[in-house]
Design a protein around this ligand. Structure first.
Ligand SMILES: [Zn+2]
Ligand SMILES: [Zn+2]
Length: 304
């Protein structure tokens, strides 16, 4: 038995923080492109993809250090609703409504890839997607396991079960956390919908090509709060270290897995799990902090 894992924690380079999903006044966002770029830059982000609906927003007058990766969010219908976030395309797709009606997701994914880009399946829980639907998205890099605005607005931002469904049938999907920011202000009984879901990417350079290559390889993890500090695999034993959290879980889409929580409310920073059977096939690690915010390591694959 052997565990296959692209371990970002053993790669050379630096950690870069970024969000690959955000809207502006060019679609239904409430702030201008310039304003949101400034907000993310002030928030300490290293990279951002502005992803307005079905159009590519060019942010001119951006002179700061934060990297901008081009993107757009393409919504289509095909026996249901899919939102596909295209990032790092060479040019816009900007598909008109008739080209997005009753079109198979694989055709959109192919069109994005033909322009050098990659696709992330946005908020499957919010979109009411069943496995019959998500399984048609072969070729995406992964799914938004966490979408911040969906969580803030409607409590359907967490898509762990949708991710696990895809993993269970062997789809090698990464997990992304994104803001999908629209409002950018605190509203009555709704906290900020921005800077609450991000990915941490390990690579040597903060360029679009380096960030995308690292993401495609799996050198990143997703978070809505806590940090992972290390993942160490020794034979079939997996040890993870985190910032102080309430619980650490080793999740598997098969039977099995384990969850660890500090007794009497004590926070923990480390947990260990030994894989006993290749029947698990896939394992992923997630942690939850005192405020209920989470972080997710990409899947480890167990081969007999
Ligand atoms: Zn969407
Ligand atoms: Zn969106």
């Amino acid at each position: 038995m052997n565990i296959q894992f692209q371990n970002p924690f053993s790669q050379k380079g630096n950690w870069y923080k970024g969000n690959l999903h955000a809207h502006t006044t060019m679609s239904d966002g409430k702030k201008s492109p310039g304003d949101i770029v400034a907000m993310y830059q002030d928030g300490g982000y290293d990279f951002l993809a502005v992803t307005d609906h079905n159009k590519r927003t060019v942010v001119d007058s951006h002179t700061g250090k934060m990297l901008l990766i081009p993107g757009e969010e393409i919504d289509i219908s095909y026996n249901g609703c899919y939102h596909l976030v295209a990032v790092n395309t060479r040019e816009a797709l900007s598909l008109p409504p008739e080209a997005r009606r009753n079109v198979h997701p694989k055709d959109i994914i192919a069109a994005v890839k033909a322009k050098g880009g990659d696709v992330i399946l946005a908020h499957p829980y919010w979109s009411n997607e069943t496995l019959e639907m998500t399984r048609l998205c072969e070729g995406v890099l992964g799914v938004e396991v966490y979408n911040h605005v969906c969580h803030v607005d409607a409590a359907n931002g967490h898509s762990m079960a949708h991710w696990d469904d895809m993993l269970r049938i062997g789809m090698r999907m990464f997990g992304f956390a994104s803001d999908d920011s629209h409002h950018y202000v605190v509203r009555d009984m709704h906290p900020l919908d921005t800077q609450g879901g991000w990915i941490m990417v390990k690579t040597e350079q903060c360029t679009a090509d380096a960030i995308m290559a690292a993401i495609r390889a799996g050198n990143f993890y997703a978070s809505s709060g806590p940090d992972f500090k290390s993942v160490v695999i020794d034979g079939t034993t997996v040890t993870v270290e985190t910032s102080p959290v309430r619980s650490i879980a080793f999740r598997t889409p098969q039977w099995g897995g384990a969850r660890f929580e500090g007794n009497d409310g004590k926070l923990i920073t480390r947990a260990v799990f030994t894989v006993k059977s290749a029947d698990l096939r896939c394992l992923r690690v997630e942690c939850t902090d005192e405020q209920g915010r989470m972080a997710w390591v990409n899947p480890l694959w167990i081969v007999a």
